[in-house]
Design a protein around this ligand. Structure first.
Ligand code: GLU
Length: 291
């Protein structure tokens, strides 16, 4: 059994900003403290938003900041380059397993959450609880061979409590069907959702602890159900406090002024950037930032 294995899982859909600096620095700190390894994974599943120039920029900017990883796009490793767009066979196999075990159903609703399923739902983006409209849809004709353009949802066990102990926040409970509903695992354009891809990868890469932003707590609960359905043991989780702008809005890639690249070009050193990213102690209110 490998020891501690953490991961950095940025999406190349824009420039890395102070929020990434903070979460990824925390991931590195925890991996170092446990004498563990850190994996770099390029989460480039969304063809409409992922760009190779952003992949290059994110690797460079994170390296400039002082982050180091043992496995990833530059390092080869047992799974080759860790770019999600190159790992479709793994996702397809997991989806086939979910289909065989009957925990997914076809859904022809055209809702926002289907459109957005390729991305991690960050603060303010989480989907409403799905009302179950298509829960009793018949399975598509096997002779159709996947030609009909349908989405597939995971059927959550309604009322089930998903409990885990977060490394920072302590005991966490979410109720399936109340806090979140049936969610998309496979999209009509023949691609996996963020939720499925991230579970398949974290399991395949033997990640022992996932460090991510606290806005993904609900997604962690969804993913817990996928771990179980696929027969994987869930890793430990550590949800970092979110960094917000001066108006309290979570930092996003649109906050260009707070991108690592802009700060670096303005003469900030990696130490300055880390000081900004950790401007107030963890656990206190008001982790807001303005530059
Ligand atoms: N690529 C996702 C993001 O950048 C990763 C989220 C996660 O940690 O699972 O939001």
């Amino acid at each position: 059994m490998p020891g501690y294995r953490g991961r950095l899982a940025p999406s190349p859909t824009g420039l890395m900003h102070l929020g990434h600096a903070r979460t990824f620095w925390m991931a590195q700190t925890r991996a170092t403290a446990a004498s563990g390894a850190l994996v770099m994974r390029n989460e480039d599943l969304d063809p409409s938003r992922a760009r190779s120039e952003f992949t290059a920029a994110m690797l460079e900017d994170l390296h400039w900041l002082g982050l180091r990883w043992e496995e990833g796009p530059d390092c080869g490793g047992p799974f080759g380059p860790y770019s999600q767009s190159l790992r479709m066979d793994f996702y397809r196999a997991a989806f086939a397993q979910l289909q065989r075990s009957g925990c997914v159903y076809p859904c022809n609703c055209s809702r926002q959450d289907v459109l957005r399923a390729l991305q991690a739902p960050h603060a303010g983006e989480d989907e409403p609880v799905y009302p179950g409209t298509c829960r009793h849809n018949p399975l598509p004709d096997p002779l159709d061979n996947g030609k009909s353009r349908i989405n597939w949802r995971f059927r959550v066990p309604e009322g089930r409590s998903i409990c885990f102990t977060d490394g920072r926040l302590g005991h966490q409970t979410s109720i399936a069907g109340v806090d979140f509903g049936d969610f998309v695992v496979w999209r009509h354009d023949d691609s996996p959702s963020y939720q499925l891809a991230v579970v398949v990868d974290d399991a395949a890469m033997q990640i022992s602890e996932v460090v991510r932003g606290a806005d993904l707590l609900r997604s962690t609960a969804r993913q817990w159900l996928l771990y179980e359905a696929l027969g994987f043991v869930p890793p430990a989780f550590y949800h970092c406090e979110l960094l917000t702008d001066s108006e309290g809005v979570r930092l996003a890639k649109r906050h260009d002024a707070l991108s690592l690249r802009t700060l670096r070009h303005q003469g900030f050193t990696p130490e300055d950037v880390l000081k900004l990213a950790f401007n107030s102690p963890e656990g206190q209110q008001g982790n807001s930032i303005s530059v």
